[in-house]
Every structure is written in structure tokens, then in C-alpha cells.
Design a protein around this ligand. Structure first.
Ligand code: FAD
Length: 202
């Protein structure tokens, strides 16, 4: 058989491209090396729970057309991603915002939080020589020690002192009481999981 497109990989990109091409009457062949479609955006049912096999995926967009498009295929819940970090039993909101700073230092206003960070940043003078110095120069030692160090060292398998400074260019800091990880207008997770989601007929 002749095809108009050969698509290697059925991740979000390949799958959307294939669907759109088919809708326009093209012939498409998709090759996938895994035993499922969806790429990293994939859930498996384990004891009745939808487990995001390759890491949690929350769909988010500001684009009306994109949101309408994905809602053709699945029903989305109203999940808002508001992650927390557990540092030795202390729970902190991420990304760093006023809830984080209030818990860390008891500060209440953005001015107080900004002042605290500015004080702690002064520890590093001149150019940062490694990731530890770079992080402290951006957000200060307390945030580095509690919310960056352990996570980063686990991720890279090396001490922050042994990692280059350029890995962290900037660290988002919000001076608002807002735990919503994404700024997007629309966000959610398909009800019933991804791929095996309660499928709507497009
Ligand atoms: C832990 C984690 C969490 C994330 N969380 C979010 C989130 O919350 N929200 C969000 O918007 N994004 C998130 N992302 C990013 C998101 O996963 C990617 O942007 C998206 O999956 C990219 O889609 P893709 O189609 O480009 O690639 P992939 O999903 O990687 O798909 C590529 C596919 O191609 C296949 N393939 C590759 N090579 C071949 C080959 N030679 N032959 C056949 N098949 C091949 C692979 O098996 C795979 O199925 C997250 C990523 C990770 C890793």
C-alpha cells in the first residue's frame, strides 16, 4: 500500500499529526517501538489506579482551539497541579511562592520575602563557580538547602558543588499566594487515564 506519510513514533506529536492527516484524507503509517501508543503520555491501570508510567502528565494550554481539540477525544477532570516538597517532614509549596516563603521564614508580604531572599543571595559575590553557588545567588541558602539540593543531587547523581553553574539559569519565584504550577488557562488529566481514557467518539 502507498502512504502519504510515514510517522516514526506515536507520542503526542506523532499521534496528533497522524490524526490530523487522516482527517484530511491522507494515508498514514505510524511505526511505534513500544507496545502502546501515546509515547510518554501514558497511563496503566494498576489495582484500579491510573498510574502515569513515565511520570505524571497534566495537560495544559492557553489555546482555545487546542483545548477544544483534545476534548474531542477525552473528558478532562479539573485537576490543578499544585505540587509540594517534603523536606524532612516539612511540607513546602512549589513552585516557590508566598506560601513557601511564609512556611520557610514566617514572612507575610512580598516585600518581606524579597528582602529575605536579597539578604541570602549576598552570600555569593562574583561569578558562581558551580550549581550550588548559582542556586544560592538566585534564591538564597535556605531555599537551596531545603528545596533544590536533594532533588538536584538525586536527579544528576552528583553533588551540586560538582555540577556546573550553567544548568540553572533562573529559578521562577512568585511573590503571590498561588500554588498553581502552570499559568495555563486550561488544565486537567483525562478522566479514566490517558490512552485508556473514557473515549469520546471524535
Ligand atoms: C516525567 C515527565 C513529566 C512530564 N510532565 C508533563 C506535563 O505534566 N505536561 C506536559 O505538557 N508535558 C509534560 N512532559 C513533557 C511531555 O512528556 C512531552 O512534551 C511529550 O511527551 C513529547 O511528545 P513527543 O511525541 O514529542 O515524544 P514522546 O512522547 O517521547 O514520543 C515519542 C515516541 O516515539 C517512539 N519512538 C522513538 N524512536 C522510535 C523508533 N526509532 N521507532 C519507533 N518508535 C520510536 C517512542 O517509543 C515514543 O512512543 C513531561 C515529561 C516527562 C519525562
Amino acid at each position: 500500500m502507498q502512504y502519504d506519510y510515514l510517522i516514526v513514533g506515536s507520542g503526542l506529536f506523532g499521534a496528533v499529526f497522524a490524526q490530523q492527516a487522516r482527517e484530511k484524507g491522507k494515508r498514514v503509517l505510524v511505526l511505534e517501538r513500544r507496545n502502546h501508543i501515546g509515547g510518554n503520555v501514558y497511563t496503566e491501570k494498576v489495582e484500579g489506579i491510573n498510574v502515569h508510567k513515565y511520570g505524571a502528565h497534566i495537560f495544559h494550554t492557553n489555546d482555545d482551539a487546542v483545548w477544544k481539540y483534545v476534548n474531542r477525544f477525552a473528558e478532562f477532570n479539573r485537576f490543578t497541579n499544585s505540587p509540594v516538597a517534603n523536606y524532612k517532614g516539612e511540607i513546602y509549596s512549589l513552585p516557590f511562592n508566598m506560601y513557601t516563603f511564609n512556611k520557610m521564614w514566617g514572612v507575610v508580604t512580598p516585600e518581606e520575602a524579597a528582602k529575605k531572599i536579597a539578604q541570602q543571595r549576598q552570600e555569593i559575590q562574583g561569578e558562581s563557580k558551580n550549581l550550588e553557588e548559582q542556586a544560592i545567588s538566585l534564591v538564597g541558602r535556605d531555599i537551596f538547602e531545603k528545596l533544590i539540593k536533594g532533588y538536584t543531587e538525586k536527579q544528576w547523581g552528583r553533588e551540586c558543588k560538582d555540577l556546573p553553574a550553567f544548568i540553572i539559569k533562573r529559578l521562577p519565584v512568585r511573590y503571590t499566594y498561588d500554588n498553581n504550577y502552570f499559568n495555563a488557562l486550561y488544565q486537567g488529566i483525562p478522566v479514566g487515564g490517558v490512552y485508556q481514557a473514557h473515549r469520546k467518539s471524535p
